[in-house]
Design a protein around this ligand. Sequence first.
Ligand SMILES: Nc1nc2c(ncn2[C@@H]2O[C@H](COP(=O)(O)OP(=O)(O)OP(=O)(O)O)[C@@H](O)[C@H]2O)c(=O)[nH]1
Ligand SMILES: [Mg+2]
Length: 403
Amino acid sequence: MLEKKAIQYEKAVLIGVVNTNQNEDKVNEYLDELEFLTYTAGGEVQKRFTQRVEVPNPKTYIGSGKMEEVQRYVKENEIGSVIFDDELSPAQQNNIEKLLRCKILDRTSLILDIFAQRAQTSYARTQVELAQYEYLLPRLTGLWTHLERQRGGIGMRGPGETEIETDRRIVRDRIALLKRKLSKIDRQMETQRGNRGALVRVALVGYTNVGKSTLMNVISKSDVFAENKLFATLDTTVRKVVIGNLPFLLSDTVGFIRKLPTQLVESFKSTLDEVREADLLLHVVDISHPNFEEHIDSVNNILDEIKSANKKTIMVFNKIDQYQPETIDEDDLVTERTKAHFTIEDWKNTWFNKIGDRALFISALNKQNLDEFRKRVYDEVRDIHVTRFPYNNFLYPEHLDQY
Ligand SMILES: Nc1nc2c(ncn2[C@@H]2O[C@H](COP(=O)(O)OP(=O)(O)OP(=O)(O)O)[C@@H](O)[C@H]2O)c(=O)[nH]1
Ligand SMILES: [Mg+2]
């Protein structure tokens, strides 16, 4: 009989701050996401601490009274990691670690850790390693040295394990080496992309866990890894898809997230080339997520960062099967109707008013509305195709009877 391996989840607590930019509800939403990230990294959240802090304490981020409370809790409950929902300065990280005597992570190091854990190919591993070294460089002095590094777990994967005590010079050399290695792979990939000819290129983009890989799988009948954790996909997969008689290339790539560490955007540049060089973007959105509008903004910001914000885009609202609007009882005259009460029809109208038929509502899982999806993608790809190959226009009849 196969031995069942129990997954050991490491105990963690989360810390977030309330201020004028983020009220209590918002912080809790952010902490929900941080909890999901923690779970993806292998941690189990035992408690959340929040404090109203207008300007973070330069030494310890939160105030000393709150810190004592956290300290007691960490000690009494054998907490392995304390995770902050923001980037800590190297000094803050150092000070807090001395006080709490456990691993201190921030949003950036947690995301880097998940990327390190998930990187499959040597290309992805090299990119993550580079990002981790860039993150570590300003934090080298005394970081984690009083902890047993062998313990491993969250935040301990990747280059930190063996080389944390080495001096900056060695880290800088390593960064230079990784950059050289990456630029060599980049050149190879560029050639590969060049070999694909002039086929129209379509890229799936979107927040993490919205269903990009699931959609890729149903559209291209391929088998890309999809699961209900964050950052299931780190590499780019490209498939040739044929709708009707029209072939094009469809790529699925790494998902985005709010405050995606800049080190990652930087080192994943060439993975993101697939997006940068695409003719058409399919921006996939999880409409069942309460924060989906904010997710759209985060994705648009990153697209802007990689100079792809002005591309032709179809908004694909996915997971309509899971969408649950809040309801108001008929005799309830007090509750105000907000966007949370919108039905799918309301959202359709809102987006159709905004961008016309460049908004689509589907369920990749239940295969709802996929024919309309195929038709829309077909029409867009065809438009691009005929401008590129004006002379074989006749191959692509206006009306398709079947896909
Ligand atoms: N209910 C529902 N779940 C879906 C739908 N599409 C995808 N999912 C689920 O959402 C989760 C994430 O799907 P993925 O396809 O891995 O998402 P992704 O956007 O590729 O995620 P990353 O690669 O992590 O960025 C999986 O558990 C899917 O089964 C849908 O239409 N409805
Ligand atoms: Mg994916």
